[in-house]
Design a protein around this ligand. Sequence first.
Ligand code: ADP
Length: 246
Amino acid sequence: MSFIEACDLQMVYGEDDSAVHAIRDISLEIEEGEFVAVMGESGAGKSTLLDVMGAMAEPTRGRIVVDGIDIYAISAEKRADFRREYLGFVFQNFHLVNYLTVLENAMLPLATTRLSRKEKTEMAQAALSWVGLGEKSHRMPNEISGGEKERVAIARAIVNDPPLLLADEPTGNLDARTSEEIMGLLRRLNQNGTTVFMVTHSLRCAESAKRRLTVSDGMIVEDSGRARGRLYSLPNPLDGVAAATL
Ligand code: ADP
């Protein structure tokens, strides 16, 4: 069994005439330790897929099993436990809380755990050191650069050492050099064993991934190949168009 198995996913927003088929039909297997980049045009369904995989939006059909856990078949409480234990999120635009320090931002995912304040502080400080911000933990978000904010977002995502990191456009607002630094961090995280699933518009960033998926109109139209050397590719209806527009 694969680490992540998504079967026959469908996600429809709204009903009847106003129904939007954000995901039409997606099945996907991801092995532990993979680094997957999801590409595709705006509105293709990438963020919806990320939300569904992150136990944040129940699909209208299909199921997702992560490490043997059928994440929408369990109670909301167990699902919250699952998110806490298994997932780290890097959202678009950092999503830092402006009135909390860098350290307090990095501690946020630990808020509902039973750890002591001291343990939480040590874990957040270790995560910040890992991303190279150990010395800036007492600054406020408006006192650091965009690239540093993204590092805080990554430290917050990995503070509880989750096996799976979900990232939505982690370099969306960053210049080329800073983007490369951030991708270096994600590659290092992946080399340490974390499975990374990342939505990106950037071909350059997608090159960091060992596997690239292209989503179009709610379906995977291209899959560069799974880990374990098994390569396959579906016919791509966007052939010739994709490279110019992505
Ligand atoms: P992408 O991330 O590739 O830009 P999204 O997953 O955000 O695509 O959106 C896929 C489609 O679903 C789009 O047509 C979008 O307008 C629609 N959509 C996304 N979220 C919602 C929502 N909460 N309600 C209604 N439609 C939505």
